[in-house]
Design a protein around this ligand. Structure first.
Ligand code: ATP
Length: 510
């Protein structure tokens, strides 16, 4: 596959062609940045959620999960700061009439300079071959150093302006950097304005002053307002966590890049409540835990990196993103934030209810501090799906499209394929399928030649194909073909369940 744009196009079309993701309301020409998950996408998405839930809730005795309502009391969003400050700085190009996020324009500009550094490194690598030392090169090459200096200067300035909420300064920075609109190619920009990202709606049949509700822009607040309910009913002792998976809504200004930035999406969030003063240790702990969760899927570590925030929210005392290398570059996949006691204190203040914890070891009441891990389901889907999609040239010169999904997440764990549609093979295959289908999602397929059926399973990410042939009828087991290596081995029918269980686990659990 050629360049990054082509890869991305292929991702979008493959997702649609095989029933993973469809544009919402497609027969009505779609709805901006809203998508529907199809029959295979739903399976993959559910598996992502289950993998997260198991890692967070099932594996940690001190983390429990809840499912709070999307509608919440309007005061919650006042207390959380979302009504007053959940804004993005937007800017319009007067010629193309296109709207952009000012911060994203600047980040994209920085990404272009990073791309130049990458190119320099690749060039040098080719020139020096095996003798190439990347660390030495980036710390001494004058062109790389110059690019890096530029990046650091822009980062510094940008952080300063964002912290000071200096909108005029942001516009000036865009002009100074010579950023042009990708559509019109001009620098004819409007002023930068703030835009609140929450969707508002009404509750009840009579309109009044205080009946405006917001669709939640994050799931976290549902956890904070239930802090005492969970702590008391579950007799939870600090440190402990509350996890939640659910829909969130944001009226994103620039909704592009497929399911990377949607207006309706899903989050998996966990708030971990700790003793004040211990939060930075826990922050470090969760950084490591969460990265391990990603790596256990078997995706190479180079695809991930931490990006510490330049602009800390006023309530946070540490924050980092886990970024992933999407087909359009490194972008945020997950946020890990040390949120101090901000949320619980604000809800105490706004509700008039004391949200504190009595620590029997210290014999003391306090408002717990919070470490949050927050990851988008859809973004995780895109990261995994785009990394998994490959086009391979085989030894005989033919190509195959391969969706090399981590087995634990694959929609179907195995396909059951009778070699031919006669001689009692379909019946035997069905028998095997019936014995295993309570444990695993399986697909039965008897149409077309076996090679074509393998290709079809490769394209939807099925890690194993189980072929039933005449030897099977003689008690000589089945052939199990592994998707990525295409290696085949003979397995006894009674060992299939254990074989599949063993091979679909995430790598760090095996
Ligand atoms: P960004 O800077 O990309 O807008 P954010 O910093 O606002 O993201 P958070 O508020 O930290 O994001 O949300 C936590 C996670 O939720 C993100 O890491 C991302 O995976 C996911 N997420 C946030 N906004 C969206 C969206 N519009 N569409 C899909 N996923 C999203």
């Amino acid at each position: 596959m050629a360049n990054q744009e082509d890869i991305f196009k292929k991702v979008v079309s493959h997702a649609k062609e095989y029933g993973f993701i469809f544009p919402s309301s497609e027969i009505y020409d779609g709805l901006g940045a809203v998508y529907d998950y199809g029959q295979l996408g739903t399976e993959l998405k559910n598996n992502i959620k289950q993998y997260w839930w198991k890692a967070m809730v099932q594996y940690h005795e001190n983390i429990v999960g809840i499912d709070s309502a999307i509608f919440m009391h309007p005061k919650i969003w006042k207390a959380s700061g979302h009504v007053d400050a959940f804004n993005d700085p937007l800017i319009d190009n007067k010629d193309s009439k296109k709207r952009y996020r000012a911060d994203v324009l600047i980040e994209d500009h920085i990404a272009k300079i990073e791309e130049k550094i990458k190119k320099e490194c690749e060039k040098a690598h080719k020139r020096f071959g095996d003798a190439f030392n990347l660390d030495q090169f980036v710390s001494t090459n004058p062109r790389v150093l110059e690019h890096q200096k530029q990046i650091d200067e822009i980062h510094g300035k940008y952080a300063e302006l964002m912290n000071a909420n200096d909108l005029a300064g942001l516009k000036q920075l865009i002009l100074d950097l010579g950023i042009v609109c990708p559509i019109s190619g001009t620098r004819n920009w409007t002023d930068v304005r703030q835009f609140n990202l929450m969707f508002a709606t009404k509750m009840g049949s009579v309109e009044g002053e205080n009946d405006t509700l917001y669709l939640r822009p994050e799931t976290a607040q549902g956890i904070f307002v239930n802090f005492l309910n969970v702590q008391k009913s579950g007799r939870m002792k600090i440190p402990f966590g509350i996890a939640q998976i659910g829909k969130a809504f944001r009226n994103e200004i620039v909704a592009r890049q497929f399911i990377f930035r949607m207006r309706e999406f899903e989050q998996m969030e966990m708030q971990f409540f700790v003793r004040p003063g211990t939060e930075l240790e826990w922050f470090k702990h969760w950084k490591k835990e969460r990265l391990n969760w990603h790596l256990a899927l078997g995706i190479p570590a180079e695809k991930y990196r931490f990006h510490d925030h330049e602009k800390l929210a006023h309530y946070a005392n540490a924050a980092t993103d886990i970024e992933f290398e999407f087909p359009f570059g490194f972008k945020e996949l997950e946020g890990i934030h040390s949120r101090t006691d901000f949320d619980l204190s604000r809800h105490s203040e706004f509700s008039g209810k004391k949200l504190q914890y009595f620590d029997s070891e210290l014999n003391e009441n306090y408002t717990p501090y919070v470490i949050e891990t927050s990851i988008g389901v859809d973004r995780t889907f895109l990261a995994i799906f785009s990394h998994a999609l490959k086009e391979e040239t085989l030894e005989d010169g033919s190509t195959r499209t391969l969706l090399s999904l981590p087995p634990v997440l694959a929609p179907y764990k195995a396909a059951i394929l009778p070699l031919v549609k006669k001689d009692g093979l379909p019946e035997k295959a069905r028998e095997i399928m019936d014995a295993l289908k309570y444990d695993f999602m399986l697909q039965y397929d008897e149409k077309d030649a076996i090679g074509r059926r393998y290709r079809r399973q490769d394209a939807i990410g099925t890690p194993f194909c189980i072929t039933v042939d005449n030897d099977t009828l003689e008690g000589k087991g089945v052939t199990v073909r592994e998707r990525d290596t295409m290696k085949q081995e003979r397995i006894d029918i009674e060992n299939l369940r254990a074989y599949l269980h063993e091979h679909i686990k995430p790598i760090q659990v095996r």
